[in-house]
Design a protein. Structure first.
Ligand SMILES: Cc1cc2nc3c(=O)[nH]c(=O)nc-3n(C[C@H](O)[C@H](O)[C@H](O)COP(=O)(O)OP(=O)(O)OC[C@H]3O[C@@H](n4cnc5c(N)ncnc54)[C@H](O)[C@@H]3O)c2cc1C
Ligand SMILES: Cc1cc2nc3c(=O)[nH]c(=O)nc-3n(C[C@H](O)[C@H](O)[C@H](O)COP(=O)(O)OP(=O)(O)OC[C@H]3O[C@@H](n4cnc5c(N)ncnc54)[C@H](O)[C@@H]3O)c2cc1C
Ligand SMILES: Cc1cc2nc3c(=O)[nH]c(=O)nc-3n(C[C@H](O)[C@H](O)[C@H](O)COP(=O)(O)O)c2cc1C
Ligand SMILES: Cc1cc2nc3c(=O)[nH]c(=O)nc-3n(C[C@H](O)[C@H](O)[C@H](O)COP(=O)(O)O)c2cc1C
Ligand code: FES
Ligand code: FES
Lengths: 271, 312, 312, 271
């Protein structure tokens, strides 16, 4: 079940430097969005930007019919989005794309969620689901990284869930100093990432995804990555969101918007 | 609310209404089926189909420009066999016309595609994409050379009884020459326009924005150019036209009808608003009622010169 | 703040910097003199000038479109004599190059214009407007027919020692053919592009919006098409190019330089921001400093393919 | 002296149905604007609308460096303008164009100002100037017309000047019922428009201007009209604002933005 409609803005508040959480009223998205799925949001002035942009669903409030996303102000659309006030509307299509797949039986798996910057929101939704489904909290490991402390999002939300939480910043201004892969290496060296009982989920900048994927491959850990590409349509028809993958027949393109955004890291051909 | 007649007859092709969705902008229909009532569309022009599946061009393939976008998808598609077996059965459930946009690298490929699709249940017409600017070979050449246009159309004509739509390239000096060549070759209907070749450069990185360097421009930016070409071709040939190029709403669509198109196709607009085709359909109906018209075909090609020296 | 070298040499024409203002968009300079320091401009391409004064087309003559505008002014101008006696004296006070855009209905008219302007103090170059799409006769024909292009250029070439710029029409199948024809004819420099032919219709009144039916499209909408043509022509000929078409700011201008233009002209943007040419100039300088470049000519034509499979 | 710069919005308030007065800070316009002159204002979202639009200067506050215009919300630009708040900016080029010419000696002339709808503002500026220059108030006759009472603007401002003021609405909802030309006819019939001692100035919709011009011609009254055309540049270079005029050499085009907007009604060739 998907919607394509103008949704009312319920709230739009700053959560970090240049980052905002916008809450929108859409019973369809609120009820149906799964961890890893996204919505295509469109805000135009004139015809600019022409297309909508994809944003991962961060939180859902099914009883109120609301959902929220966290967005980083980067270009035209996010600038316009930041100007929206309660009562304004945003065009929303979604929920779209596939979701993070949870290895079963979930309770016996160590779930390692690796977030980079504004990649954290969909992993929060996943962590919440895992906890709600009864996965023991210590079996949900979250490695939440950013360049600086003021760019780290969702930290307090993860903390509230009571999961095993690592914060890591490149400048050491919050949590550990370094990159998310440094934490993974540490965990691995301490034998805390048993290859047979682990599942890695990653969302963040491409360079981070690639690093995490390589780490997982080296340590023989199954890994899912949520890929970022431009998405003109979000519906699988424009083919503007191609991701290069290895298939049994060689190299092919898959569509990030319907075949993804979550891909098995092993099939992705990195640039 | 008085009813207006929306059915249109384009030569051998009858459409329940004049609102189509353009090739490459609506996939194979199934992608939109939960958001759009496909039964209400005049027709679906499916993604450009080739003899064999194609992987398409490297990324990046699309870039936004002022009121438009450039694409260089490179005809990524499942190929004609997979289309017939995997995509067509779904489309057969619906009332709307299914128009298969075909693209070949050679006369032979066009012929084989036409032959393969002839008589296939659920296919209502063929649209010859001789104007796709993204292929390295072939594509551009058929569409810009009137003689090649005439030849490919007449060779395809002999292999199929399906209504034959020829899609014209706008990247030519005088589109009426190419239009006449297509009609001479046996086209029943012309569709226009395909995208305009353009490029985009990233000043910071000093690189082209598209992996393929060039792409085809579509969207509102091209509407004035497309509208002019439709009007020109409407004066030059007698076959019915399907107009497209930057249609974002019903008013845009009406402009194409007034310029001489008997039907319109909504393209890029589908990406930003999946329901736009239905909004265009309803908007045209409302326009006709407001104008006191009873039949959509009565407004086709009726644009007049503006009153001399009128204020803007 | 390190100084960057902005002087450019376009064949025989030396400009203090590569920022010009396009013909028809800056009048005769005097109109902007209190708002823009004309001494800072690379050059002024004055309004299209004909042998005799012209009254131009009926109104409406201009209409806005998505990120663009259509115009059909019809070469309203004071004629070459009034230009020389009434407009040029003012321009002579300034340092910037004065380029006279000339348009004729016949080979003879072009020759007479060139002869008349040859040796006139204060005229630094001629720009042949063989691409103006608004004239009923002549105009469109010279620009789209390579043989006519070659001929008009070579006939003008023999009548003047002034640097000769030929302005190419974009309304052609392959602009490199016309570019080569102009160079064969003796063009020192090519400028491109002129406007794209288009039209606009008012759905409510069911009339064309322009009295002349068609007009030339300019503005941001055409930038991707113009940029592609500049890049294509830069590969095809050796003479320097002046790039234009939708330049609204310094970044746009840099894109044209990277694509292969040695100088740029700001057109429609002058209407909405009279000071834009100076902003473009300053923005290019800043860009060069940021990029660690010392001389604007070092970036001309340096655009590279994008990194394969890079993220957007 | 002209400016071309972003000007701060000082106030933006509704003055009639769909009509607003916007006050902008621009010492140059405030000091130099003459009655009949206009400013080119640009407010864009994306590139729409591409061009600015002309608006007549209504009031000037030279000591504060402000001026104001009254605008009717018609299309894209005026809709965007209506959203502007104090502190926002608008791009302004001006003052532009020529001005209403006052016949001399002004004190001995009957000045008949004929306004239609949103054509009133520049005539207010003219009336104000006449009064300030010492023209007796009863020699300034203002005929202020609109379709309905709620579309009539500047009425209270004219009233404050104490000029000889007529209000006229097509539906009779305020003042006289009829058109501005009905008032003119009445005045004429009562001999109150002596041809040798009169000057008519008109600003309003084209149809009204034409009617007033014909009236003036018939009664041999000198008449100036402020023409409305589109104005892409406002500076005399695009030639998109042509007005057809009669000259000694036959028919020609003049530019409304620099040769006008005020024309001698006798030279205008009506459509
Ligand atoms: C499945 C998916 C989910 C996403 N979820 C979120 C989310 O939850 N929150 C969020 O803030 N963003 C998210 N994004 C990214 C977001 O869609 C883009 O940042 C978007 O383009 C911003 O739009 P804009 O118009 O503001 O910037 P644009 O004008 O599109 O971009 C501005 C500049 O930023 C660059 N840029 C844009 N996106 C990226 C990127 N991802 N990495 C590096 N540079 C980039 C562009 O090249 C450009 O130079 C997601 C993307 C995908 C594919
Ligand atoms: C010298 C001069 C002074 C002006 N002064 C004022 C002023 O003080 N206050 C004011 O409100 N307006 C004034 N105008 C008119 C104003 O410039 C236009 O109404 C303007 O186009 C509105 O811009 P927009 O983008 O909102 O509407 P647009 O998108 O430009 O127009 C919207 C619709 O209204 C129609 N339209 C636009 N202008 C007119 C018109 N004048 N008559 C009839 N239909 C029209 C258009 O055709 C279109 O259909 C003046 C015009 C001129 C030439
Ligand atoms: C991403 C994309 C893919 C397209 N693919 C095809 C195609 O496969 N075959 C074809 O004939 N036209 C294709 N087109 C062209 C459209 O059908 C249409 O002619 C063009 O986009 C102009 O219409 P618009 O401005 O409304 O989009 C494609 C356009 C876009 C934007
Ligand atoms: C109103 C108008 C008038 C123009 N007049 C001329 C002209 O007289 N001669 C000419 O060669 N080009 C003329 N042009 C074309 C411009 O010089 C320029 O080539 C074109 O507008 C593209 O640049 P732009 O998109 O930056 O405006 C005119 C353009 C406009 C908009
Ligand atoms: S975004 Fe269009 S196919 Fe994926
Ligand atoms: S508005 Fe451009 S010349 Fe008058």
């Amino acid at each position: 079940m998907r919607c394509a409609e103008y949704c009312e803005v319920v709230a739009n508040r700053q959560v970090a430097t240049s980052q905002f959480e916008i809450q929108l009223h859409s019973p369809v998205v609120a009820r149906h969005a799964q961890p890893g799925q996204f919505v295509q949001m469109r805000v135009q002035s004139g015809y600019e930007p022409l297309f909508g942009r994809p944003f991962s669903v961060f939180r859902t409030f099914p009883e109120r019919g609301d959902f929220s996303v966290i967005y980083l102000v980067r270009g035209t659309l996010t600038q316009l989005l930041a100007q929206k006030r309660r009562g304004d509307t945003v065009f929303v299509v979604g929920p779209l794309g596939n979701r993070f797949l949870v290895r079963q039986p979930a309770g016996e798996v160590l779930h390692v969620l690796v977030a980079g910057g504004v990649g954290a929101p969909p992993l929060y939704l996943l962590a919440e689901e895992l906890v709600q489904k009864g996965v023991p909290r210590q079996q949900v490991v979250v490695v939440n990284g950013a360049r600086r402390h003021d760019l780290l999002v969702c930290q307090e939300h993860f903390a509230e869930l009571g999961v095993h939480l690592w914060a890591v910043t490149e400048d050491g201004s919050l949590g550990e100093k370094g990159k998310v892969t440094d934490i993974l290496k540490g965990l691995s060296q301490r034998g805390e990432l048993p290859s047979g009982r682990c599942q890695v989920y990653a969302c963040g900048p491409s360079a981070m995804l690639e690093a995490v994927a390589k780490f997982a491959q080296k340590h023989d850990l199954p890994c899912q990555v949520s890929m970022e590409t431009m998405m003109p349509c979000g519906l699988g028809v424009c083919l503007g969101c191609a991701v290069k993958v290895r298939t049994s027949n060689g190299i092919d393109y898959k569509r990030a918007c319907v075949d993804g955004p979550v891909f098995d890291a092993a099939e992705v051909v990195w640039a | 609310m008085s009813k207006v007649k929306m059915e249109v007859q384009l030569g051998p092709l009858r459409l329940q209404n004049p609102v189509l969705v353009a090739s490459g902008t609506f996939g194979y229909g199934s992608e939109y089926a939960d958001l759009v009532d496909l039964n209400r569309l005049g027709g679906i022009m499916v993604k450009g189909t080739t003899l064999h599946p194609r992987a398409g061009n490297p990324m990046p393939r699309m870039v936004e420009t002022a009121a438009g976008c450039l694409n260089s998808i490179g005809l990524q598609n499942v190929g004609v066999e997979a289309f017939i077996h995997e995509k067509l059965p779904f489309l057969r459930q619906y009332r709307c016309a299914v128009i298969v946009n075909i693209a070949g690298d050679s006369y032979e490929e066009f012929e084989q595609l036409a032959e393969r699709l002839d008589g296939v249940d659920g296919v209502h017409a063929l649209e010859l994409n001789i104007s796709c600017p993204n292929q390295e070979k072939g594509g551009i050449h058929f569409g810009v050379d009137p003689e090649a246009t005439r030849k490919v159309v007449s060779r395809v004509r002999r292999r199929t009884r399906l209504p034959l739509i020829v899609k014209l390239s706008p990247n030519v000096t005088d589109i009426t020459v190419n239009a006449r060549a297509a009609v001479d070759g046996g086209a029943d209907i012309l569709s226009l326009v395909n995208t305009f070749v353009g490029t985009a450069i990233d000043a910071k990185t000093r690189r082209f924005k598209l992996a393929n360097i060039t792409g085809g421009l579509s969207g509102p930016a091209i509407k004035p150019l497309a509208l002019y070409m439709v009007w020109q071709v409407a004066q030059a040939v007698k076959v019915p036209l399907i107009g497209m190029g930057g249609i974002m709403n019903a008013t845009d669509a009406v402009e194409f009808l007034l310029a001489g198109a008997s039907a319109v196709a909504v393209g890029t607009a589908n990406y930003l608003n999946p329901r736009v085709s239905i909004e265009v359909l309803e908007g045209i109906e409302q326009y006709l009622r407001e104008q006191g018209e009873k039949d959509v075909k009565d407004i086709v090609g009726t644009v007049k010169r503006c009153k001399p020296e009128s204020e803007f």
